[in-house]
Design a binder for this molecule. Structure first.
Ligand SMILES: Cc1cc2nc3c(=O)[nH]c(=O)nc-3n(C[C@H](O)[C@H](O)[C@H](O)COP(=O)(O)O)c2cc1C
Length: 169
């Protein structure tokens, strides 16, 4: 069975909680939890299936720990890698930049040749603008703890079922 990495900052509460939920939903599949603050190119490249947790900070920016890894990512050949993103954001507090960080990361990964999986519908969310939107989909799973935390469980469960199928294709 192919091993899947979930890469997120171990210093986050909300992003970390979703990482745990994702792991539980995969129940039994081979999952390795990796700290985004300690990720190296070598470790990243050792996986063919990856899930990355990308909250949005600073009004539409990546958190520092991901920003610091971007120059390294921009040197990697990611062809053959299947990558799913989950993004955390606040659609009421930041309606102009909702989950932008997930969109920024999606653009970088695609430029490097990765195949992105796990796109989800934007219906059920309300915001003005997001860099993570492609047509009527997000380039991953959008999680909003601040306003829709009660939906996290079912959103993650449905997404993981989708990933199980998309990773295996
Ligand atoms: C200073 C600050 C800026 C933020 N900027 C954005 C933003 O531009 N877009 C967005 O969707 N969410 C934004 N958020 C909301 C966070 O993405 C959200 O709280 C997320 O759950 C944080 O996850 P973490 O604590 O695990 O990093 C911001 C939050 C803070 C505190």
């Amino acid at each position: 069975m192919t091993k899947t990495a979930i890469i997120y900052s171990f210093n986050t509460k909300k992003t970390g909680k979703i990482a745990e939920r994702i792991r539980e939903a995969f129940n039994g599949d081979l999952i390795e939890m990796i700290n985004a603050e300690e990720i190296t190119e070598e470790l990243f490249l050792s996986f063919n299936q990856l899930i990355m947790g990308v909250p949005t900070w600073f009004d539409g920016e990546l958190p520092n720990y991901w920003d610091e890894f971007v120059p390294a990512l921009e040197d990697l050949d990611l062809s053959g890698k299947k990558i799913a993103l989950y993004g955390l954001g606040d659609q009421i507090g930041y309606p102009e930049n909702f989950v932008d960080g997930m969109g920024i990361m999606a653009e970088i990964l695609e430029r490097q040749g990765a195949t992105l999986v796990g796109f989800t519908s934007t219906s059920g969310y309300q915001f003005e603008n997001s860099r993570a939107v492609r047509g009527n989909q997000f380039s991953g799973l959008a999680i909003d703890f601040e306003n829709q935390g009660s939906m996290n469980k079912e959103r993650v469960a449905a997404w993981v079922e989708q990933l199980k199928s998309e990773f295996s294709q």
